[in-house]
Design a binder for this molecule. Structure first.
Ligand SMILES: [Zn+2]
Length: 347
């Protein structure tokens, strides 16, 4: 059974995700990404002809293009992700982890370790097609489920060749927490795990912190969701964190990312930990804001881990300008990956 894969958007740049997979005469669209910043092209949706769309998670570069699709096009996502759809958009359930058939094509899903309710997808065609969506193997809070083998791996390579372990990122951020800071974060993603981490760090450092209503509501919502959507052992800490009384004017703020400018926070300095839009890059270059990454995507060693686990014959790095370098690196003999994995490398 032949399969045709066309990355409509997301190959060669950190661009909106839109991948067409055609198999058994059916055409599925994996993700319907919107622009991450003004001026980013949305041409992928022009003249689109597909049978259904599957959404991996609720970040704008994966879901923001839904409004450009015909309202009658069948859309599949998890219940958590559905909360971020345009009002009134009809949708059908994808399992948070499990199996289903969409237009006759077997689809397996699992938790991707990146965001609340965010999944990877595996299509049971032609030896398997795996699409990671955005994925991370280092989350303190979100589990990553092992996918079934796949001949083709479409991998989140948002970080390109970057390979710094999360523990080092956290250490660097911790060093910056003793002066007034605002940390803007996506509420369904790193906000939740950063809240847990900040609670520990600030107690240790003896500094005050607070979280805005959006982050608080997201943590409260997390406790109402099935336990299988989060790693074990955090519920008591989340409850403690939510019940604690907090300073109105704390040293540190964890806030929903609303594209704030330095002028919005005259008493604090912005510390970004995620993707920097061109505008933010300019602000960083001008010394107006700080940035230190908190890993929420696959770093290079973990892309190798994925290729090995999937036993993939072909890997396509997505969402990066470093396609060639990453591809070459994933093809090289993987002594590191072998010692990490203890399993056979696949060419
Ligand atoms: Zn994402």
């Amino acid at each position: 059974m032949s399969v045709r894969i066309e990355v409509l958007s997301g190959l060669g740049d950190k661009a909106p995700a839109a991948i067409l997979v055609e198999a058994e005469g059916r055409r599925l669209l994996l993700d319907a990404g919107g622009a991450l910043h003004p001026g980013q092209s949305m041409a992928w949706s022009d003249g689109l002809d597909v049978d259904a769309v599957l959404i991996s998670h609720d970040h704008i570069d994966h879901i923001g293009g839904v409004s450009a699709l015909p309202a009658e096009l069948p859309l599949y996502c998890t219940a958590e992700v559905a909360m971020s759809l345009p009002r009134g958009r009809e949708w059908r359930a994808l399992p948070a982890r499990g199996q289903c058939r969409i237009r006759g094509i077997p689809v397996t899903t699992g938790q991707a370790g990146h965001s609340l309710g965010g999944i990877w997808m595996h299509l049971g065609v032609d030896g398997g097609v795996f699409y990671s969506g955005d994925a991370c193997l280092e989350s303190l809070l979100f589990p990553f489920d092992d996918p079934p083998p796949a001949r083709v791996a479409l991998l989140d390579a948002s970080y390109g060749l970057y390979d710094t372990p999360q523990v080092q990122c956290r250490e660097t951020i911790a060093q910056r927490l003793t002066e007034p800071r605002v940390l803007p974060v996506p509420v369904s993603g790193r906000a939740l795990e950063m809240a847990l981490w900040l609670d520990e760090q600030t107690e240790w450092l003896g500094v005050t912190w607070n979280l805005d209503d959006a982050c608080r509501e997201s943590l409260e919502a997390l406790l109402t969701l099935p336990r299988s959507l989060r790693r074990g052992g955090h519920d008591a800490a989340i409850r403690r964190l939510l019940d604690a009384s907090r300073a109105d004017s704390p040293m540190l703020w964890l806030v929903e990312d609303r594209d704030d400018d330095p002028e919005d926070w005259p008493e604090h300095r912005l510390l970004h930990t995620g993707y920097l839009t061109p505008r933010r890059q300019r602000q960083r270059t001008a010394g107006e804001v700080d940035w230190q990454r908190w890993n929420v995507h696959l770093r290079l060693a973990h892309m190798r881990t994925m290729v090995n686990r999937l036993r993939a014959a072909r890997a396509t790095p997505l969402f990066t300008a470093e396609v060639r370098d990453v591809s070459e690196s994933l093809k090289r003999p993987r002594s590191l990956a072998l010692s990490e994995e203890g399993s056979d490398a696949v060419g």
